[in-house]
Design a protein around this ligand. Structure first.
Ligand SMILES: *Cc1c(COP(=O)(O)O)cnc(C)c1O
Length: 400
C-alpha cells in the first residue's frame, strides 16, 4: 500500500460515488472490498526507516493510536462526502465532541453554546469546560441576537446541534458562523442528526463538524464511532496532537463497519426521511398527540430554514402524548414493532422518553425551558415498511 491509505479520489465525483469508492486504498492483493487491518503496530525494514517516520520525513504508519490503513479509509471517505479537507476518527461521538472543543481551548477562553444539546454534550459545556477555567455562555440557538450579544473578544468557538437532540430545533448555521467569525471565533457543529447525506454545515461556514458515527453512519446498531472534520491546518496543528496523545482512537474493526455503512448512507437516510415524513404527518393529525415537531412539516417553527439547510426533514420526530408521563409510558409500552431504546439512527425504529433517559440529568426547570415535557417522546424512524410502523403507532396510541 504505497499510498498509505490517503489516495485522493479524482475530483468531480459526486457524493454517491464518493460514498462507495472515496478513499479506497487497495492492497497488493487487489481486494474489491476495503481490507480490515487489525494491527496495532507496523514494522520497519531498517532502523533508519523508523527514525525517518518518527521525524515525519516518511508518512508511513507508526502505531494504530495515530493512524491505521482501515481507519484512514474511513476518514478519507467521510471527509470527501462532507467536502472537508480532512477528518480524524474517534472511538465514539462523545470523544469527537470532547476532542473538537478541548483541543482548541485553554483556561480563560470563552465558548458560546446553544443550550439545546444532547445530554452528554451539555455535560461537557456545563461541567467539564468550566472545571478547566473555560467560560461558557449558553444561548437559545435560533435567537441570533443572543449569539451576537454573547460573542466577544476571547470567544474561541461556538458550538451547536441542528437539528438539536431531542427538540429538533433548527439553527441558522450561516448566520451564526458569520457572527462568530466576526468575533474571531470558530463554529463547531454537531451534525449527528443529519449526516453528510442531508446537511453539510461547512457549506454554510462551519469550521469544524463532528459526528457520532454510531447513529445513521453505522445505521444498523452495531458499533460506536465518531469523527471530527475540519480544514488541514486545524487537524494537523490543533486536533491531531490532542488525539494522538490522549488516545480515543477508533478501532480498525469499527472503522471497517462504518466505512461499509457510508456506502449505503444516502439510500438509508433517504428512506429514513420518507418514513419519518409520513409518520410525522399522521401524528400531527392524531387527537392523542398534542404537539408534533418534525423539520419536514410546514408547522415546524423553522421549517423554511430547515429546508434551506437540509435536503429533507431527517429521520427523527419528537412529539407529545396526551396524559404526560403516564400517557407517554403507556404508549411506549404498547408498541409492538418500535423498540424502546435511547439509541437512534438505526434501521430498527426506536423510541425514547428523553425526560427520564437522555435528558434526565438536566434539572426539570431547564428541561421544561428546553421544551422537553413529561409527555415528550423522540422517535427514530427506521427502515421497516412505513405502513407497519403506522399500524403499530396507531394501535399504541389507541391504548393511551
Ligand atoms: C449520540 C449523540 C452524540 C454522542 O455520540 P456517541 O457515539 O454515543 O458517543 C453526540 N451528539 C449527538 C447529537 C448525538 O445524538
Amino acid at each position: 500500500m504505497a499510498d498509505n491509505g490517503r489516495r485522493k479520489s479524482p475530483k468531480g465525483w459526486r457524493r454517491r460515488t464518493l460514498a462507495v469508492r472515496g478513499g479506497q486504498a487497495r492492497s497488493n492483493f487487489g481486494e474489491t472490498s476495503e481490507a480490515l487491518f487489525l494491527t496495532s503496530g507496523y514494522v520497519y525494514a531498517q532502523a533508519e526507516d523508523a527514525e525517518a517516520r518518527f521525524k515525519g520525513e516518511d508518512d508511513g504508519f507508526i502505531y494504530s493510536r495515530f493512524s491505521n490503513p482501515t481507519v484512514g479509509m474511513f476518514e478519507e471517505r467521510i471527509a470527501l462526502m462532507e467536502g472537508a479537507e480532512r477528518a480524524m476518527a474517534t472511538a465514539t461521538g462523545m470523544a469527537a465532541v470532547n476532542a473538537s472543543l478541548m483541543c482548541q481551548l485553554k483556561a480563560g477562553d470563552h465558548v458560546v453554546s446553544a443550550r439545546a444539546l444532547f445530554g452528554s454534550c451539555r455535560y461537557i459545556v456545563d461541567d467539564i469546560l468550566p472545571r478547566f477555567g473555560v467560560k461558557v455562555t449558553l444561548v437559545d440557538g435560533p435567537d441570533l441576537d443572543q449569539w451576537r450579544k454573547a460573542a466577544r473578544p476571547g470567544t474561541v468557538c461556538g458550538f451547536l446541534e441542528s437539528p438539536s437532540n431531542p427538540m429538533l430545533e433548527v439553527i441558522d448555521v450561516k448566520a451564526v458562523a458569520g457572527i462568530l467569525h466576526e468575533a474571531g471565533a470558530k463554529l463547531v457543529v454537531d451534525n449527528a442528526f443529519t449526516t453528510p447525506a442531508l446537511q453539510r454545515p461547512m457549506e454554510f461556514g462551519a469550521d469544524v463538524v463532528v459526528y457520532s458515527a454510531t447513529k445513521h453512519i453505522d445505521g444498523q446498531g452495531r458499533t460506536l464511532g465518531g469523527a471530527v472534520l475540519a480544514g488541514h491546518a486545524f487537524i494537523e496543528n490543533t486536533l491531531k496532537p490532542y488525539l494522538r496523545h490522549t488516545g480515543p482512537s477508533l478501532s480498525p474493526f469499527n472503522a471497517w463497519v462504518l466505512l461499509k455503512g457510508l456506502e449505503t448512507l444516502d439510500l438509508r437516510v433517504s428512506q429514513h426521511c420518507a418514513n419519518a415524513q409520513k409518520i410525522a404527518e399522521a401524528l400531527a393529525r392524531h387527537g392523542k398527540v398534542t404537539r408534533t415537531l418534525y423539520p419536514g412539516l410546514a408547522s415546524h417553527p423553522q421549517h423554511a430554514l430547515a429546508m434551506k439547510q437540509m435536503d429533507a426533514g431527517g429521520g427523527m420526530i419528537t412529539f407529545d402524548i396526551a396524559g404526560a408521563k403516564a400517557g407517554a409510558f403507556r404508549f411506549l409500552n404498547a408498541l409492538k414493532i418500535v423498540d424502546i431504546s435511547n439509541n437512534l439512527g438505526d434501521s430498527k425504529s426506536l423510541i425514547t422518553h428523553p425526560a427520564t433517559t437522555t435528558h434526565q440529568r438536566i434539572d426539570v426547570k431547564e428541561r421544561e425551558a428546553l421544551g422537553i415535557h413529561a409527555g415528550t417522546v423522540r422517535l427514530s424512524a427506521g427502515l421497516e415498511d412505513v405502513d407497519d410502523l403506522l399500524d403499530d403507532i396507531h394501535q399504541a396510541l389507541a391504548k393511551v
